[in-house]
Design a protein around this ligand. Sequence first.
Ligand SMILES: [Zn+2]
Length: 113
Amino acid sequence: MNRFSSRELFELRNTIPVDVLIQDHLMVPSKISDGYFRFLCPLCREFQTAVNPVTNLARCFRCEKNFNTIDLVMDILGYGFKDSVIFLKKIHKRPSKLKAMIEGIGQSPSGRR
Ligand SMILES: [Zn+2]
């Protein structure tokens, strides 16, 4: 059974830009409207959406729901939690300060102590 550490999950939620994920990896129809990135909400199929680069959350104002990167993969691709995390891990290859810092802390991904 695969388990993911909270550190790994934090990294996947925060270091993959949510707009890049939506547009380039999930291939969700999106557009810039009034200067804001809008994407097709996977739940209501409307564009009453925006992303917050500070929190790295996507939001649908109609559904009144926030989506983090893992939620988006689950809702758009219909994956379960585990498969969604694996999907994000595959696209999460860009080096970042946070990633370097995290990898310096522990080398083992198994989570066993
Ligand atoms: Zn919606």
